[in-house]
Each structure stands twice: as C-alpha cells, then as structure tokens.
Design a protein around this ligand. Structure first.
Ligand code: GDP
Ligand code: MG
Length: 304
C-alpha cells in the first residue's frame, strides 16, 4: 500500500494503536455506509447502484489513543472490461500490509457465488480477518449459526450488524480496535482523509451522475478534474465528463442543458457542504469512444 508516512513525534507509541483496515465484499453490501457511519462524515460514496466506488479510498478514524485508516475497496468484479482488471489489481494491492481485513456480506444474499469466490481468495491471505454480516435490520430473526457455517476459511471473529441502524456496530468496533497493533499514528490527526480534493470532487460529480441519471449511462461515464482553484473564500472546479457516444451526450446534457445543470447543482451543493465555503463547478461533456477499453484513456483518468 502506498502510505504517505508522516513523521510525528509522539514519544512512545506504547499505548497508542494505529493500523490499516480493508473492507471487502460484494457491491451493495454496505461497505461505504459502514465506513461513513464510523467516520461520521461523508467521505466515500453510497448509492443504491453497484460499482460506484472505483478506488481504494482511505478514511481516517481518529480517537483517543487510536487511529484506524480505512480502505474502502472497489467491488471485486470479473474482468469483463480492461477497467475491471485494474479494479481487481487495486483490490488485491489493497491487502498488502493491512492489519485487518473485514469481509462484509449482506444477510439477504449470503452465500452468493460472489461471496464464495471472495472467501476463497481471502482464505489465501494471512492477515487477521473478521466477517461482518450486514443488514440484520432486514432479517432480525435469522439463525446466526447457519450463516456462520457458510463461511470459508478461518476468521478471527464474526459479527452481525446493521450499518444503517448502528445495531451491533459498537461491539464490532471494540473487537476491531483490539486487533489494531500498538503503533504511532500514521497520519496527522487533523487529516480527515488523505484524499486530494480533486479526487473527492471527481467522486461527487460521479455521484451526481448516478443520482440523476438512470440505467446504463452512469457506467459509460468518467469524470476528469481539469482544474481545481482554491482561494480563501471559494473554490472553483473545472471538470470534463467523458462519454462513449454522441447519443449519451444528448441525454446527459438534457433539453436546454437541464440534466447537466442538475448534476452541477448537486455537485456544488455537496462540495460546498464538505468544504465549508462556496464551490463553483463548471462541467464540459466530451466523447471518447470506448474509453473503458483503452489503456491510455484509463491512465489519463487515473485508473492505474
Ligand atoms: P457498498 O457498495 O458495499 O459500498 O454499499 P453501500 O454502502 O453503497 O450500500 C448499498 C445500499 O445498501 C445503500 O442503499 C445503503 O443505504 C444500503 N444499506 C447499507 N447498509 C444497510 C443496512 O444495514 N441495512 C439496510 N436495510 N440497508 C443498508
Ligand atoms: Mg461503496
């Protein structure tokens, strides 16, 4: 993992815990929701549509004598497109050096073929592992032993939670913390995330596209931040939305630019709340046929 190690003079690290935690599991199981619940801040992206998180995003949980760095991995996907191959690489790279892996699954669909596949791969990793069955709010009377029997490989512990209601989360966190090694903090405590703002802006615009447009179009889009200008009283973001076809461009822009306007308004509102000062977003729409299959395009878009 690429860690920007900051040297912080903390004296002895004997009573301070710090480490990396990676959350893996099928898209839509609630990984981002869990992380946001823990961090109490919107850092990663939640959406009812799968595959909205394409990157290993780190969020940092700072508490008294504790710092946990979360890696919210992209979903594990079969390599149908070149992009998905890269996602798998990001996914497996994220395991290197992590102190704990959380296997997260959805109680409604466990054990899916997908779960089994992920569990098989996980069983080859030597990290500490905990299994988390999420969405117990939707099936409160379930037989927990049966679920546990469906796991493959060794787990250090198993939890049943609801990332939505918070049920079972505290017990899970207590367990998680006890598995984090004694180590001085990896990051400056004021840092909420090591995510550059540009990257965050890109994710928020992508989120806007997902919220405002239906079906296939969001998956055919990519966002590139051209310019990010930050001054004392405002921030200005110039971004390009890439699409594969002219027909998609017409839909994305909408009649009299209304759809694009909504995406822009959404992004501005989200970013303004996050940054705490006015954010202006300027969007351009461009066509780049088959960007998903082109290596050079993928690189430019930051997928490597
Ligand atoms: P990810 O793809 O694993 O990051 O999943 P998300 O965090 O984006 O969640 C996918 C969907 O499941 C969203 O609509 C969430 O609101 C919903 N969700 C997440 N956790 C829970 C939960 O504990 N209970 C219920 N009922 N829904 C949840
Ligand atoms: Mg997610």
């Amino acid at each position: 993992m690429d860690v920007n190690y900051m040297s912080i003079d903390t004296g002895t690290a004997a009573d301070f815990r710090s480490g990396f935690v990676c959350i893996v599991g099928k898209p839509n199981t609630g990984k981002s929701t869990l992380m946001n619940h823990i961090l109490g801040q919107k850092i990663s992206i939640t959406s009812p549509k799968p595959q909205t998180t394409r990157y290993a995003i780190k969020g940092i949980w700072n508490d008294e004598k504790l710092q946990v760095v979360f890696v919210d991995t992209p979903g594990y996907l079969k390599p149908r497109y070149e992009m998905q191959k890269r996602m798998i690489k990001i996914w497996s790279d994220a395991f290197k050096d992590v102190d704990l892996v959380i296997f997260m699954t959805d109680i409604l669909s466990f054990p899916s073929d997908y779960d089994k596949e992920v569990l098989e791969i996980l069983s080859t990793f030597r990290n500490q592992k905990i299994a988390v069955f999420n969405k117990v709010d939707l099936r409160p009377q379930c037989e927990r032993d049966k679920y546990q029997d469906g796991l493959i490989g060794d787990f250090d512990s198993v939890h049943f939670v609801s990332a939505r209601t918070g049920d079972g989360i505290q017990e899970m966190l207590d367990d998680l913390v006890s598995r984090i090694p004694y180590h001085e903090p990896y990051y400056d405590e004021d840092q909420l995330s090591d995510l550059p703002m540009r990257f965050f802006a890109r994710e928020v615009i992508r989120e806007g596209i997902f919220h405002i447009l239906e079906q296939e179009l969001p998956y055919a889009s990519a966002v590139l931040i051209d310019k990010y200008t930050d001054t004392d009283d405002k921030a200005v973001i110039d971004a390009v939305i890439w699409l594969e076809r002219q027909s998609q461009k017409i839909i994305l822009i909408g009649s009299q630019g209304k759809t694009l306007g909504k995406i822009r308004a959404y992004a501005e509102q989200q970013l303004t709340t996050f940054v705490g000062k006015p954010v202006q977003v300027h969007l351009w729409v461009k066509i780049n046929p088959n960007w998903r299959k082109k290596n050079t395009s993928l690189k430019e878009l930051g997928f490597d």
